[in-house]
Design a protein around this ligand. Structure first.
Ligand SMILES: [Zn+2]
Length: 438
């Protein structure tokens, strides 16, 4: 279906082959240009505003929808990565209410690679979406002349869709993703009585991204502010200012996560795509000697015992086996290579912190934890009461939910060095899943 101009009425036959230049409503100049340009115009410096204002009230969840997990990655992190994939976007402003700012920042720190974090900044949202996007616009560096606004709750948009919107906006001044309406739409009054049935062929459902030349958006905001006009999307603001806005072909898959059923659909769509994504498996083994005068720490949990494990760090054998398994899956050698035991920096180091550093290497490469299965080989003490806490610590370090990490303990029935209580050993297996290109 060819993209058309929004709100084109039968009496308004101004050709759509127009782009707008110049500032201000009165000084708007329209110049003709071909509707379908066969060549691609260069994309000017672009900044993105990610509106992450949801409260989760319709999700029946105890946290905002943008923080909910979606196949290994929180919704917000997915949307950030999506924008981060566009080389044209040099800056991303995440606009979030102050109540969720810390949680949103933590999610970004945990799940985004460093080069993307460097392009990210945060701004405080306002009461309405309009206020929030305006706050985002103010936070963007002044040299950025094209603005892309996207809902954090639309994590399934793909790079091709974003590219279509960018290119259409460069050609026309303003473009939004939209899909033709498939349902017949009714206009109703307060009692629910149908007033009109607009012709479906002319109806499109607006999505995001909405991309616009910055000067046009600033003009539309200034006008709306003067006139007290409130809109639910940026296109409406531009329309109100008399600025033509065009549609770019959206994608029905680019759904907005608003209700719990949307999250289920999004999961199903991603799981389906994941089938051809890559997985990595890794194995780790470690053993340490038991001695007097040391704490016994396993999986980040201190265990009451007269003996502890000997080592340069805290000698958390379970953490070490898991780190080796992750490094193995990533093809990055072993812990000795990354944390040499001659390095004083790692003397008595908390191995959970080292595990977090290893996990960052997985995050940087686009992986999430599929699952980990660990076995501690230990004659004494009994570890069963400590296993759930170990699972929790290890999962947290790998930014995964606790059920993705399984820790079990076994003895060797008195045989071998572990059976003679000379030491404790651990095996770890991990499966890493690539949910996103790194
Ligand atoms: Zn070790």
């Amino acid at each position: 279906m060819p993209p058309g101009r929004l709100h084109e009425t039968p009496g308004d036959r101004r050709p759509s082959q127009m782009i707008m230049t110049g500032l201000g409503r009165d000084r708007i100049r329209l110049i003709a240009h071909p509707f379908f340009m066969m060549h691609t115009l260069p994309i000017p410096p672009c900044g993105a505003i990610l509106a992450a204002g949801g409260t989760g009230s319709r999700m029946a969840a105890d946290q905002p929808k943008q923080l909910l997990p979606l196949v290994g990655l929180p919704v917000l992190a997915r949307s950030c990565r999506l924008l981060g994939d566009l080389p044209e976007v040099s800056e991303i402003v995440v606009v979030t209410p102050s109540a969720h700012r810390a949680a949103c920042e933590a999610v970004c720190q945990d799940f985004l690679p460093a080069p993307l974090l460097a392009r990210l900044r945060f701004a405080q949202g306002g009461k309405t979406r309009q206020d929030s996007v305006r706050a985002g616009l103010r936070a963007l560096s002044p040299n950025l002349t094209l603005v892309l606004v996207h809902d954090a709750a639309r994590p399934l948009a793909d790079a091709a869709l974003l590219q279509r919107c960018l290119e259409r906006a460069v050609q026309t001044g303003a473009a939004i993703a939209a899909v033709p309406a498939t349902d017949t739409i009714k206009e109703v009054d307060e009692q629910g009585r149908i007033l009109a049935t607009p012709e479906r062929s002319r109806l499109w459902q607006a999505q995001t991204p909405q991309v616009v030349r910055r000067e046009l958006l600033e003009h539309a905001f200034a006008l709306a502010e003067r006139e007290g006009f409130q809109a639910t999307d940026e296109a409406s603001l531009l329309e109100h200012a008399g600025i033509p806005v065009f549609v770019a072909e959206g994608d029905p898959k680019n759904l907005k996560i608003t209700r719990p059923s949307d999250l289920r659909i999004a999961r199903a769509l991603l799981e389906n795509e994941k089938q051809d994504s890559s997985m990595k498996i890794g194995h780790g083994f470690d053993a340490h000697r038991l001695v007097a005068g040391r704490k016994l720490i396993l999986g980040g949990v201190e265990i009451a015992h007269p003996l502890g494990l000997l080592g340069h760090s805290d000698a958390d054998v379970l953490c070490h086996a898991l780190m080796d398994a992750i490094l193995g899956a990533l093809g990055l050698g072993d812990i000795g290579r990354h944390f040499p035991d001659r390095d004083p920096a790692y003397q008595d180091a908390n191995s959970l912190h080292l595990l977090e550093q290893v996990w960052r290497m997985a995050t940087e490469r686009g992986f999430v934890l599929g699952n980990a299965d660990l076995t501690v080989i230990c004659q004494q003490p009994k570890l069963a009461p400590y296993l759930p806490a170990m699972q929790e610590h290890l999962a947290r370090a790998c930014k995964a939910s606790a059920e993705r990490v399984n820790v079990k303990a076994t003895t060797t029935e008195g045989m071998g060095f572990t059976g003679r209580k000379e030491g404790i050993a651990a095996h770890a297996l991990v499966l890493l899943e690539k949910t996103h290109a790194s």
